[in-house]
Design a protein. Structure first.
Length: 143
């Protein structure tokens, strides 16, 4: 299968196989009017199998969400058919309004206007702590 390159936009590469739909959902790509290509389970020398998302428009994307979903994603910005910038993501130090605190007594649960803020406490296990009540949330609860 051959998928053409894009002239202008963003290519999300090195997505762990099977996670492209999660990326699609959390970036709200279904709401775009431009073309979006979702490629799943393509061959990769580095990963064995990977997913790729190509967006034919330069949009503002939340790199923290991407880094949390899959810390190995690379974000390639394309202009006039050439890569002009490449970012390799990792787990963000702070997540704001990505996770929700599951503690019903947390002030962020009762005061809806407060942002949901989490700080990383364990990179290896992708554990985050609520900034208000210290409840721990892990990556699997998000997905």
């Amino acid at each position: 299968m051959t998928v053409d390159g894009i002239e202008n936009g963003i290519v999300l590469d090195h997505i762990t196989a099977g996670k492209a739909m999660l990326v699609y959902k959390y970036l709200g790509l279904e709401n775009l009017k431009s073309q979006v290509a979702l490629i799943q389970n393509c061959s990769s020398k580095k990963m064995g199998r990977k997913d790729i998302v190509k967006i034919s428009e330069a949009i503002d994307i939340d790199l923290d969400v991407l880094g949390y979903i899959d810390p190995g994603i690379t974000v390639n910005y394309i202009k006039d058919g050439k890569r002009v910038e490449k970012k390799t993501l990792s787990l963000p130090e702070t997540l704001t309004n990505v996770l929700r605190c599951r503690n019903p007594r947390c002030i962020s649960s009762t005061e809806q206007e407060l942002p949901q803020v989490f700080k990383i406490v364990d990179r290896k296990r992708a554990l985050y702590r609520c900034a208000y009540c210290d409840t721990i949330v892990n990556a699997e609860e998000f997905k």
